[in-house]
Design a protein around this ligand. Sequence first.
Ligand code: ATP
Ligand code: MG
Length: 729
Amino acid sequence: MDVSHILNSLNDAQRQAVTAEKGNLLVLAGAGSGKTRVLVHRIAWLIQIEGMAPAGILAVTFTNKAASEMRGRIEMLLGQPIGGMWVGTFHGLAHRLLRTHWQEAGLPEKFQILDSDDQLRLVKRLLHTLDLDEGKWPAKQCQWFINQQKDEGLRSTHLEHYGDDYNRTMLTVYQAYEQACERTGMVDFGELLLRAHELWLKNPGLLDYYQHRFSEILVDEFQDTNAIQYAWLRVLAGKRGHITVVGDDDQSIYGWRGARIENIQQFTRDFAPATLIRLEQNYRSTSTILKAANQLISNNAGRLGKELWTEGAEGEPISVYAAFNEQDEARFMVDQIEQWVRKGRRRDDCVILYRSNAQSRELEEAMLRVGMPYRIYGGFRFYERLEIRNAMAYLRLVANRDDDAAFERVINTPVRGIGNATIENLRIIAREQRVSLWQASQRAVAHGLLGARAAQNVGGFMNLINQLEEYSTEHELHLVVDYAIKQSGLIQHHEKEGGEKANSRLENLEELVNAAKAFAMETNANDSEPSNAERLAGFIDKAALDAGDAQADEHEDAVQMMTLHSAKGLEFPLVFIAGMEEGLFPHKMSADSLEGLEEERRLCYVGITRAMEKLYLCHAESRRLHGEENFSRPSRFIKEVPAELRQEVRMKGQINRATSWHDNAAAQASGAAGSGGGIRLGQRVRHPSFGEGVVLSCEGNGNNARIQINFDAVGGKWLVAAYARLEAL
Ligand code: ATP
Ligand code: MG
């Protein structure tokens, strides 16, 4: 059989992995070395050469997007569909199993998924019922506790409080939460995994079936599996199954969600005998980008250790842009992309990566201003929610009767006896007379083109909208929203629906009233007093923007935007990393512990290694975030990229600023933290008054060298190295 198309364009190590005899296999390799490619080719190999049925294969990827890409690539290699094969994320696969075997899993047939916002609201309600003070026991913290336990595979019955007040309270909340979910048939994300695991344990017959069926299991991004996912795989693979995993310890970025790098080390023990294959050639990036990534990540301790090389060109230096503020930063990136497009390149090839979702707003506005198409990945946002979209549709009709999309959305939501036939009639009239649905309705009612009942109901709907408008001219925005959600019947509709999901929809609608209040306050602070109609229009725009309605169509050539976390596994010729500032990236939540900091550094490594040709690192000297102005120093990660690989960019007309810190960058690692003082990053030290701690970072050199230390007793502190009287331990 001709297998050249599967084996061509693989290097020796890759080919070895693809053609390895059936058994357990671990491919451990750095970014862009072809791990995902190996998985795809191995699956094709198993089907074509080993003669396996696609249905016998289970592949796990990290995102749904990756899953559909993987399927596409395999089908391309094989030239045939692989319908029966299961490809998906852990959550997606667990969901599929539970939908099929809901009875065995002890779930109601129509169980509902609780997303993270829903979950938080439920926890809040429970705290209230339990009479716990939210000030003392923040809902977020309880939610986090619950998810953490589930990720470890622990139910409340598995836990002890050992008389500890904190544990006792958390446990009480967890128990109440479990009961509420059980009672209402709700399943959160962690529960999907936990139930799917229990499904195996409680139903040996079922497990046996799937063990026979999936004799080959393949997992991408293995470094980010958590305890419960690992356990699930282990049980499924059983004694007979074979499992191939690929991963990179340097790209483990979900420790905060329970991912365990140790799973990689444990793999060769738990799945013995297992073959280990390393890939060392990078095919993705220029040598400049690769060197930068290698250097950056070498600041982490306890790595499994690997060095990547490339035959690729040196490429351009890495550009660093110091912006005045976030607007300047956004404008700069948009400018660079415009130049790129002028050179005949595609927008699709550009990505802007950021640490926090909140950063996307400014970028979107900058793109909208110049009419640059863009697309944002990930993040299910408030204004995307069904109930919010419905409520907004009423407001949109108030602002503009000819908004057909809004009309279609709510003419019969909630149900008001306007059937499909009537709506279809209205569409026909609108099309024939070239008018909006609203105008069509007016004519239909006026000229008796509808049945009596339909005419009455359509008329009622139109009255409702007119009434809302009248109200809106005389009342504040949040009152208008409140009036709209009540008069439209949306509130009553969800109240009748009942259940946990409905509760959370009701709360979201209340939240919309708050959002309107906040919006009105903002606009009052900014501008001259806008009219009620202007304010309503502004609010509608804001919602559209937040819901991603301004985004490019699926097939349009558009700039990509996403968080660093969701960029895992992807690659782009042109990459911008925005917001490279201390406090933002590394994020302040993670910067106080060495593990947290190292995870942020891995995230930066992921970001840098997405770039194929050109990389920009941007930071702003001042930035407004969550309503506050912040002045931050540039991220230490910029300085961890060797100075000779970096180049500072300036925009025309930009005021010169001191660049000294950039040039000190190289000295930073070798200066204060160098061998001279015997102090290095990650080192344990003792301070005469603060006690023992760990060195988190160093800056500057000579007499100005500063060291950040996380002290066991007093937390993070910056000290001047020359005066710190530190003792290395
Ligand atoms: P990541 O760690 O970021 O997920 P990866 O190890 O999965 O990266 P791939 O995405 O599989 O790497 O491959 C990176 C790029 O290199 C892809 O564009 C891929 O097509 C290309 N590539 C991999 N191996 C080869 C090869 N032998 N010849 C040519 N191109 C290759
Ligand atoms: Mg990959």
